[in-house]
Design a protein around this ligand. Structure first.
Ligand code: MSP
Length: 520
């Protein structure tokens, strides 16, 4: 089937100078939830993630490790790749900036910007932070430990750099960028990021240094071998090199460009909402439809850092909460776009409250009653009461209601909406008390259990993007065919057929024990 509903979504590409951790898992999982949601809504989705492998910081890390930069990148990139499957990430491509296809695209784009008259050679002198791979203005910095060092707002050390450099005429794009933000207020989200970016641009943009000569771990500048490209022009280009722009790969630009959304961390919004659209405008390419920034996690109240020893690794997340549990806890715990505090206690309480006691218990209670009292078959619908209808209407409204939340990047509200229905269904069981009806009114008991299985079916379909394993196990238990697990099936027309035989029910979400530091 061909569809004209295309959707392209990306994560940032992650630096390979450190191992993956909870922050990376979070951004990638949030992006995965949106990608899965759109697929279930009938979109042809392209979901891209990858690794950012050039630059001085990576070159320095490789040197420290005593291996070649390429060898170093291969090792760490593999770690980022290895994290994807266990967290059930459904990316369609994984781009590495050391891929040939990517280097070709960078050089094509460079030449295009040059032909547009937006690149010139000059001398750069200013403050540079290797940790952030960013240039800073004098007015943004505070004094460092010695005269040669200043401190950036991010806390990174900056050193004075003076070298020949190519520049991009960013100063020509200030007005065009402001016009873009004006015309399209959704271009940057959340609102707080929009305001920050706007005032930065209003303050006046200087031309951007886009090449370096003091190291060589980067994409060579076409026509001048002494220069490699600045890591950010290289990195941002990944979003189109993966679509085959200006390289020898299949061209997906027509189908997927402009991107529907670049998900980024809030510290890199500036690069995505200022530099990137300016490069694209210069190349006469469309700008992405949206750049949305997720907030930052701290852990038990403190910034994650190796020196504090509180970095949460992907392995810890998986061992402690499993894939579904981790995905749920990460997305449920903080409104998307805000900062949040990851605490073990909160994660366990969420998982137990919403997965084990919420959806898990709803399925377990209902399906074991069906197994015992309805011959293990989908019960009969003997006529709906007004209460049944209210619950079903609420359930069938979920796809439309949650699409609005996803389109406005309110992932947490989508979770809230689905679990609101789960809560209503658990309350409905208590009120209807099918265990009493068993003797008093067996026909009504059948209907109540029918309504419950229908609500379970729809909630499990809706929950697949968040907790794919558990949701699909539930759908298996009510014998829903693979092809009938999309949002198009959430309606009365596709309601369960009575009499269908079901497999024996099984618990899906085990309860977790809260392990306290003292007990561990
Ligand atoms: N390589 C650049 C991005 C280039 S995109 C063209 C980069 N890489 S990074 O490895 O530092 O990854 C940054 C991203 O990881 C952040 O933007 C954010 O999405 C995610 N996170 C890293 N730590 C995080 C937290 N503590 N909390 C939430 N997300 C964070 O910047």
């Amino acid at each position: 089937m061909t569809t004209s509903k295309n959707f392209y979504i990306t994560t940032p590409i992650y630096y390979v100078n450190g191992d993956p951790h909870l922050g990376h898992v979070y951004t990638t999982t949030a992006t995965d939830v949106i990608a899965r949601f759109k697929r279930l809504g009938g979109y042809d989705v392209h979901f891209l993630t990858g690794t950012d492998e050039h630059g001085q910081k990576v070159a320095q890390s490789a040197e420290k490790a005593g291996v070649s930069p390429q060898n170093f990148c291969d090792q760490i990139a593999q770690k980022f790749i290895d994290v994807l499957e266990p967290f059930q990430i459904t990316n369609d491509d994984f781009i590495r900036t050391t891929d040939d296809r990517h280097k070709q695209t960078c050089q094509t784009l460079w030449k295009t910007l040059e032909e547009a008259g937006d690149i010139y050679l000059d001398k750069y002198a200013g403050w540079y932070a290797v940790r952030d791979e960013a240039y800073y203005g004098e007015d943004e910095l505070s004094d460092g430990p010695d005269a040669d060092t200043k401190i950036a707002p991010s806390g990174a050390e900056c050193k004075w750099v003076a070298e020949e450099s190519y520049f991009f005429r960013l100063s020509n794009y200030g007005d065009k960028l402001l016009e873009l933000y004006e015309r399209n207020p959704d271009f940057i989200g959340p609102k707080s990021s929009l305001n920050e970016i706007k005032s930065f641009v209003e303050g006046g943009l200087k031309d951007l240094s886009i090449s370096r000569t003091t190291f060589d771990w980067g994409v060579p500048v076409p026509g001048n071998e002494n220069h490699v490209m600045y890591v950010w022009i290289d990195a941002l280009t990944n979003y189109i090199s993966a679509l085959g722009y200006g390289n020898n790969e299949a061209n997906l630009m027509d189908k997927f460009w402009p991107a529907d959304c670049h998900i980024v961390g809030k510290e890199i919004t500036r690069f995505h909402a200022i530099y990137w659209p300016a490069f694209l405008m210069s190349a006469k390419l469309s700008v992405p439809k949206r750049v949305f920034a997720n907030g930052w996690w701290v852990v038990e109240g403190e910034k994650m850092s190796k020196s504090i020893g509180n970095v949460i690794t992907p392995e810890t997340l998986l061992d402690t909460y499993g894939s579904d549990g981790s995905r749920y806890a990460l997305l449920r715990e903080m409104p998307f776009g805000n900062d949040g505090n990851f605490s073990h206690e909160n994660a366990v309480n969420r998982i137990n409250g919403d997965l084990a006691n919420g959806l898990g218990n709803l399925a377990q209670r209902s399906l074991s009653m069906i197994a015992k009292n309805c011959d293990g078959k989908i019960p009969a619908n003997n006529g709906l009461s007004p209460d049944d209808q209210v619950l079903l209407d609420l359930t069938y409204a979920l796809p439309n209601q949650t699409e609005d939340f996803i389109d406005s990047m309110q992932i947490h509200k989508y979770l809230d909406a689905v679990w609101h229905v789960v809560g209503e269904a658990n309350a409905y069981i208590d009120v209807q008390a099918p265990w009493k009806l068993k003797k008093e009114d067996p026909d009504r008991m059948q209907t109540v259990l029918y309504v419950l299985s229908e609500v379970i079916r729809c909630c499990a379909i809706m929950a697949q993007p968040i907790i794919p394993t558990g949701a699909n196990k539930i759908l298996d238990q009510i014998a829903i065919e693979e092809g009938a697990r999309t949002f198009a099936f959430i309606n009365i027309k596709n309601a369960l057929k009575s009499g269908v035989e079901l497999p024996a029910p099984q618990g899906v979400f085990p309860r977790l024990e809260l392990i306290t530091k003292e007990a561990a």
